[in-house]
Ligand binder design. Structure first.
Ligand SMILES: Nc1ncnc2c1ncn2[C@@H]1O[C@H](COP(=O)(O)OP(=O)(O)OP(=O)(O)O)[C@@H](O)[C@H]1O
Ligand SMILES: [Mg+2]
Length: 491
């Protein structure tokens, strides 16, 4: 059974029980007030009938009327009248008998002294037997019968009953008041139902719809949790789950995309030199190179392309080994300043030959050590310098190396004055197979693995590598490697 139906059922039950209790309370209240359960029956018959008196009162009145008609002298019998009066008082009515202008029997309480003077005149035709009269604030209903006593004096027998104006009003309005109470009860229930549904059922409904959307594979929506109750927390947890799921699906898709791109790149990069080798070999087979020089050119092409392929396969192999964390690092304590200085000194001559200015500045003392795998770190430096050389701008190329301390790290900056890297390419240069030149021209000869390998190696050293570049001015590649703290050095 759904929460909605359960709520509806429980509210209906509460409503019914409330109504039952209300009716029972009203019943008990009336019985307590009137002392008679039957009076309930007369509750409305009194008011709505022409008869202003209740049934009991009326039947006593009819007895008296019979006596007045047939044995008027008996209405002078004090004892008989007392008996009638006793019966009437039991139902809160009173007996009144007058003879001429004299009141011969009256049980009327002295509550209303003016009442006697307000009683209706004789009306022998008895056309208005039942009526009401008002004396000041008090309100009475009566049944009157006028007759002649045996001595021909006029007489009246009256059964009279005082009505409280408040009780009258309540009686008149009781159905409306009851109706109103019922409406209030209904409204209260409806409101309670509405608020509960709003705070429980609706958020649950939303959760269910969201779960359905996820089931259909739609994760691109946001589930907003309102309030702070359990349901809101459930919604928050659900939203967290959706975000995590979305991230993981996106990651999966990204992996899948990367895998496809990797495959495409490898295929492309292997296919190009092979095509060229095939063409050269076919040329030789068909006797195209007819001179020794031409033949040499053909053979050289084959060699260069085979070299390219060899290099690419080597790089790929290295990269995948690093990526699979299958290539062990042989760490030793290395004085970074000394190590880099040695490397640059070795490189200087070669670079100058190729028209490059190389300069370096080291504010890090030789005594500062890092854990490093010398060979692999050399690979990193070579790849970076290789890029600066490969992507040189016009004019004299300049490479500056700066080594300094930054917090607990050694910070190595390799700066060149090349063309720089466009902002949109900068975030991707450390990704495998990413090349700034989308035409993949072989002029610069890159496979797009150089910086990806550098990154793998630096991260293997628990360091970081990133790049800054101003297009047209140059590129900075920044490597941070954790320094060995003095207390570690002794170990
Ligand atoms: N110093 C630099 N100046 C300008 N562009 C650079 C520089 N270094 C890297 N890049 C850009 O970043 C891209 C990625 O560099 P990366 O070294 O990873 O690949 P590659 O040089 O193309 O190929 P590989 O290094 O494998 O021969 C390059 O293609 C180039 O567009
Ligand atoms: Mg490179």
């Amino acid at each position: 059974m759904s929460i909605r139906v359960r709520l509806l059922l429980s509210y209906t039950c509460i409503l019914l029980v409330t109504i039952l209790l209300f009716v029972a309370a009203a019943l008990l209240f009336v019985i307590a007030l009137t002392g008679d359960a039957r009076s309930l029956k007369d509750f409305y018959s009194i008011h709505y009938s022409v008869n202003p008196l209740s049934k009991q009162e009326e039947s006593i009145f009819l007895d008296l009327k019979y006596l007045a008609k047939n044995e008027p002298e008996s209405l002078l019998d004090q004892q008989l009248l007392d008996e009638y009066n006793f019966k009437l008082r039991a139902v809160q009515a009173e007996l009144f008998i007058r003879k001429g202008d004299v009141q011969i029997y009256s049980s009327l309480s002295v509550k209303q002294p003016g009442l006697l003077h307000h009683l209706p005149d004789y009306e022998m035709a008895n056309n208005a037997i039942r009526n009401t009269l008002q004396v000041g604030d008090h309100f009475y209903s009566y049944s009157k019968f006028d007759f002649y006593f045996p001595d021909q004096t006029k007489g009246s027998v009256m059964v009279i009953r005082e009505r409280s104006p408040f009780a009258e009003v309540v009686r008149t309005l009781l159905p409306i008041i009851l109706g109103l109470l019922f409406v209030v009860l209904l409204l209260m229930n409806a409101l309670l139902y509405y608020f509960l549904t709003r705070s429980i059922v609706q958020p649950l409904d939303l959760l269910r719809r969201s779960a359905d959307r996820i089931k259909e594979g739609n994760l691109a929506f946001e589930l907003k949790a309102e309030g702070q109750g359990e349901i809101a927390r459930l919604s928050e947890a659900f939203e967290d789950m959706r975000v995590k799921l979305k991230q993981s699906v996106e990651k999966q898709l990204q992996y899948e995309q990367n895998r496809k791109e990797l495959l495409a790149s490898i295929t492309h990069d292997l296919k190009t030199p092979i095509t060229s080798i095939k063409a050269s070999i076919e040329g030789i087979r068909d006797g195209v190179p007819d001179t020794k020089q031409k033949m040499e050119r053909y053979v050289n092409t084959i060699l260069t392309k085979a070299d390219d392929m060899d290099r690419l396969i080597d790089e790929l192999f290295l990269y995948s080994k690093l990526d699979l964390k299958q290539l062990p690092f042989t760490f030793e304590k290395v004085s970074l300043a000394g190590y880099i200085r040695d490397y640059l000194e070795d490189l200087q001559f070669d670079l100058e030959e190729r028209g490059f200015e190389l300069e370096w500045e080291m504010t890090l003392g030789d005594e500062t050590l890092v854990h490093a795998d010398r060979d692999k770190l050399k690979r990193v430096l070579a790849n970076i310098v290789d890029n600066s050389v490969k992507y040189r701008g016009g004019g004299t190329g300049k490479i500056s190396v700066l080594l300094q301390r930054e917090d607990g790290n050694a910070r190595l900056t390799v700066r060149d004055n090349g063309p720089g890297i466009p902002g949109e390419a900068l975030p991707f240069i450390f990704e495998r197979f990413f090349r700034g030149d989308p035409s993949r021209s072989r002029q610069t000869g890159g496979s797009g693995l150089g910086l990806a390998i550098a990154k793998q190696i630096v991260e293997g050293h628990r360091g970081t590598i990133d790049a800054r570049s101003v297009p047209g001015e140059g590129t900075d590649i920044i490597i941070r490697l954790p320094l060995i703290r003095p207390q570690e050095e002794k170990r």
